[in-house]
Design a protein around this ligand. Sequence first.
Ligand code: ZN
Length: 229
Amino acid sequence: MTRDKALVVFSGGQDSTTCLFWALEHFREVHTITFTYGQKHGIEVEAARKIADMAGVDFHLTDISGIASIGRNSLTDSSMAMDQEKPENAVPNTFVPGRNLFFLSIAAVYARENGIYDMIAGVSQTDFSGYPDCRDSFIRSLNVTLNLAMDAQFVIHTPLMWMDKARTWALADRLGVFELVRDETVTCYNGVKGEGCGHCPACHLRNEGLRKYSEHREVILKSLEDMEL
Ligand code: ZN
């Protein structure tokens, strides 16, 4: 079993793009898997394809849009108004129930088929908007489940788990892809590339992180050195 190949669960957003370049620093051969799950904006997939191309890595697109028909959320349902803030005692309606569970489970099957046992997911508990499937406990639990399900020794890497957005910008900078992440990724819930629409919750988080990073660049870069990456 080789541990020099890795599969990145890749959306073309800031976090998974940073993870892609982190993976290129740590693994000899990097693959990506991108999912269409009924999201309103095809621009995300096009951004992912372009970035994979720029990084010179394999790009695999998988359609699981069936999940949009069984759970309602404002990222796939045009008739729903998007929550601008996290409601009290609930997840925002931008939450796609089961998304990371489906993504990582399908990614694991694809990885195993290709002799890959290291997977990378750009989830973060720090800036997680209340999404339960971005938590460390969920990822660890799923890792065990996947190993039992396929009698394999997968390792799910989550380099951003304990980072806020400012540190994620710092990591992209350290990896030499700050401009690429700033200009080519799509994080915005309204599907606007780069700096985004500026007013959706995803833009707010991203732009706030960028502002903080720009103001305290040296300090934040230094703080990255203390993290085990
Ligand atoms: Zn936006």
